[in-house]
Design a protein around this ligand. Structure first.
Ligand SMILES: *Cc1c(COP(=O)(O)O)cnc(C)c1O
Length: 401
């Protein structure tokens, strides 16, 4: 057996099969490129679902992490540490908000958003105890905890994990009328992805997000934007909501916030909302640790330059222009997305998304399929135009064959 086959066989024998990875075993990576255990180089067109917006081994981020590793890495929130206030101040400022509640993974931040909205509902809005409702959208992806999968519409994500957490109302994504109809006095929040990533990079109809903003404001309901995948540069703006001129009441952030180095997530909101907490009511041992803060601070500083958002805009225009040329040619049915982010529906006659991904892997391009015949393209924002063009050329070749 080859080194690759050995590694895959061992992984299959000793790890739960919660994923179906492409048969490539990565050993090192830099920028938009990964090298496998046998020395083959691959162009990364997935970027860890946007966790690697700034590329692999980004110099600024690695240096920030290394410097902090030598100082202090963990204090727990039992004590203050000297990167914490700076991190919270800077992140709140980047978001145009006032307060930050740091966590680690995306799912934890979504859980935190849910708990915050409920507490706000009881303490501030005056919803009767135990009655708080949160409206979510069909085909959402917000993470994998028992509460979060309780309001998933994806059978695989949900089956066999009940009993499910109550308190959620699911309405069709993009349908403002359905959302209005679902709202009651006890609705405390609407939780949405401004662009649905896992669902296949679904962009809602124009006017939807502003409509949700208006409706939630009218009804004294919190608008929670899960920007874990869409945020921090991917779409060409710091937040995908900006494309529609919308400012939510709460951002949920993760993925790229940790620079592809450490898991860092956060809920960012106003003092009126996050101010509901008292000591002991919520927490995390690792949330807001010094290493996480140091890396995230560098991420925030990099986003402030605007250079990554601009790259995502320019390269994204190019990506969508090139992909647009494939539509109607037989192999590609639809292309969706914004910035350097695209969901491409392949004609099922040309193979499943998985088959296309495998063929691309043979051509040294790594992407990930989602739901049947859709592939998702989201390279690191640092990718060069030449590399992006090369990757697109491989896609054209695969679709031609
Ligand atoms: C990835 C993702 C999550 C979950 O993040 P984890 O870090 O995997 O827990 C939540 N919401 C969205 C929109 C995501 O893309």
């Amino acid at each position: 057996m080859s080194t690759t086959e050995n590694a895959i066989a061992s992984a299959e024998a000793h790890s739960a099969h919660t994923y179906h990875p492409l048969p490539v075993v990565v050993a090192t990576a830099e920028g938009a490129w990964m090298t496998d255990v046998e020395g083959r180089r691959y162009l990364d067109m997935l970027a860890g679902y946007s966790a690697l917006n700034f590329g692999h081994a980004n110099r600024r981020l690695i240096d920030a992490a290394k410097a902090q590793l030598e100082r202090v890495t963990l204090t727990s929130r039992a004590f203050h540490h000297d990167r914490f206030a700076e991190f919270c101040t800077q992140l709140a400022d980047l978001c145009g908000m006032e307060m930050v509640l740091p966590m680690n993974t995306g799912a934890e931040a979504v859980e935190t958003a849910v708990k915050t909205a409920r507490k706000w509902g009881y303490r501030v809005k005056g919803v009767p105890d135990g009655m708080a409702k949160i409206i979510v959208a069909s085909d959402n992806f917000h993470g994998r905890t028992t509460t979060i999968i309780s309001f998933s519409t994806d059978h695989e994500a949900r089956a066999d994990f009940g009993p499910y957490t109550p308190g959620f109302e699911i309405v069709p994504y993009g349908d403002l009328t359905a959302m209005r109809a679902a709202m009651t006095e006890n609705t405390v929040a609407v939780l949405l992805e401004p662009i649905q990533g896992e669902a296949g990079v679904l962009v809602p109809p124009p006017g939807y997000l502003p409509g949700v903003r208006e409706l939630t404001r009218e009804r004294n309901v919190l608008f929670i934007a899960d920007e874990i995948q869409s945020g921090l540069g991917r779409t060409g703006k710091t937040f995908a909501c900006e494309h529609e001129g919308v400012v939510p009441d709460m951002y949920v952030l993760g993925k790229a916030l940790g620079g592809g180095i450490v898991p860092v997530s956060a809920v960012v909101s106003s003092a009126a909302v996050l101010g509901v907490y008292r000591p002991g009511e919520h927490g995390s041992t690792f949330g807001g640790n010094p290493l996480a803060c140091a890396v995230a601070l560098e991420v925030i500083a990099m986003l402030r330059t605007g250079e990554f958002q601009q790259r995502a805009t320019e390269l994204g225009d190019h990506l969508h222009q090139e992909l647009g040329l494939l539509v109607g040619g037989g192999a590609v049915q639809t292309v969706r997305g914004r910035g350097l982010w695209a969901g491409v529906d392949i004609d099922p006659g040309h193979g499943t998304g998985r088959e296309i991904s495998e063929k691309l892997m043979e051509r040294r391009v790594l992407v990930k399929d989602t739901h049947g015949s859709t592939i998702r393209i989201a390279p690191p924002l640092v990718i060069s135009k030449e590399d992006l063009d090369w990757g697109l050329e491989q896609l054209r070749e695969v679709l031609r064959g």
